[in-house]
Design a protein around this ligand. Structure first.
Ligand code: PLP
Length: 398
């Protein structure tokens, strides 16, 4: 057997992709599968965005671009950041990345090594923990609790920080819970971080516009006191239904005090992928600068489905679901069914053709929960709930 470095024995996976593969295989074998598993909008990328990419190719934009991304795109990101957060960022601090995930990768490998701690939300996006383990750093879960609406608790987060802590990962609105951390809690957290100047912050804000019931997203960019140690992750995948285009952006500090993080990530890009493909970058400008009516329509549909899914789940025996305030996920508590979450998710897929994800795929604090992505039609959501009701009424032993 070839000898690979131990880091590759520690690297994890994202089970949503395995569930998607199984659901697809079942569907190909003729089973009627309702997919509430994968976290991607079921809408098409708006036509004007697609056209911008086609035009870019026709205009000859098919060569390398700067590793940081083309300037008009970084300027568009700066304009959009000002519009959504009220904060001015320089296009020089923007990095165009091949998706949202590469920013996680870059930030975590930049700070992680044996002997240091990295704090991350649990339940949370599984790649955080996986990449932390890859670097040899110690992953320290910050529990996201149902009683807090799955928001970060400033007190609990700050209590986990030690002199070994190098990086704190935040995510709001959150995957997999739909939790949104209120501004007051973020203010408390930022205040507490003053006592820990060695801690860098990675704020994953990829669901920033996806909030409901008048809830607003607070960007960590709103706090100048942490700007020199803050990395903000964002991107096109969710907001403009562009998961397969593979492009995201992030904002990095570049002062001497910060350790010139932007320059470091630029060099990582030069070494790994050179640049994001050129036509996609032109599509990114069209997404930011073009009409947002399709985004609004998508959000209105998500909001309607959110109500349907929460009401449906709460009608099921042994299941209760708080109303998520953001993203497009519901995270029902299924402890009352007597089932462990992963066997329940797998039985629902195999026996009832309902694809969803067991909470433990998002961390140890996800036991007792399922994640349902409501990126599917209201009709399919209702059919899925009916099938779940049927399954639970069957009284199958677990
Ligand atoms: N961050 C969070 C919280 C996510 O849920 C996702 C995707 O599911 C990403 C980042 C990654 O986005 P991308 O597909 O652009 O890499």
């Amino acid at each position: 057997m070839l000898h690979t470095v131990p880091a590759f024995d520690r690297i994890g996976d994202e089970n949503a992709f395995a569930v998607l593969a199984r659901a697809t295989a079942l569907a190909q074998a003729g089973k009627d599968v309702i997919n509430l598993g994968i976290g991607q909008p079921d809408f098409r990328t708006p036509a004007h965005i697609v056209e911008a990419a086609v035009k870019a190719l026709r205009d000859g934009h098919h060569g390398y671009t700067p590793a940081t991304g083309i300037l008009p795109l970084r300027e568009a990101v700066a304009r959009r950041t000002l519009a959504t957060t009220g904060v001015e960022v320089s296009p020089e601090s923007v990095m165009i990345m091949p998706g949202g995930k590469p920013t996680m990768y870059a930030a975590i490998v930049m700070f992680g090594e044996p002997g240091v701690d990295i704090l991350y939300p649990d339940p949370g996006f599984p790649i955080y923990r996986s990449m932390i383990e890859f670097t040899g750093a110690r992953p320290v879960p910050v529990p996201m609790r149902e009683e807090n609406g799955f928001a970060f608790s400033a007190g609990e987060t700050l209590a986990l920080i030690t002199p070994r802590t190098r990086l704190l990962i935040l995510n709001s609105p959150a995957n997999p819970t739909g939790g949104v951390t209120p501004r007051a809690e973020i203010e408390k957290l930022v205040k507490g971080l003053e006592a820990h100047p060695q801690v860098a912050i990675l704020s994953d804000e990829i669901y920033d516009v996806m909030t409901y019931d008048g809830e607003t997203h607070t960007s960590l960019l709103a706090f100048p006191e942490i700007r020199e140690r803050l990395i903000v992750l964002n991107g096109w995948s969710k907001t403009w239904a562009m998961t397969g285009w593979r492009m995201g952006w992030s904002i990095w500090p570049n002062s001497a005090e910060s350790g010139r993080l932007h320059d470091k990530v630029r060099k990582l890009a030069v070494n790994c992928w050179s640049c994001v493909n050129a036509p996609t970058q032109y599509a990114g400008i069209a997404a930011i600068d073009g009409p947002q009516d399709e985004v609004d329509r998508m959000m209105a549909a998500f909001d309607r489905r959110r109500k349907v899914v929460v009401e449906g789940l709460n009608s099921l025996p042994g299941i209760s679901c708080i109303t998520p305030k953001g993203a497009f996920y519901a995270f029902p508590n299924v402890a009352g069914t007597g089932w462990k979450a992963k066997p329940l998710a797998s039985a629902l897929l195999e026996e009832k053709g309902v694809a969803l994800i067991g909470g433990p795929d998002f961390g140890v604090h996800g036991e007792g929960y399922l994640r349902l992505s409501y990126a599917n039609s209201e009709e399919n959501i209702l059919r899925a709930i009916e099938r779940m009701a049927d399954f639970l009424a069957g009284g199958r032993p677990h």
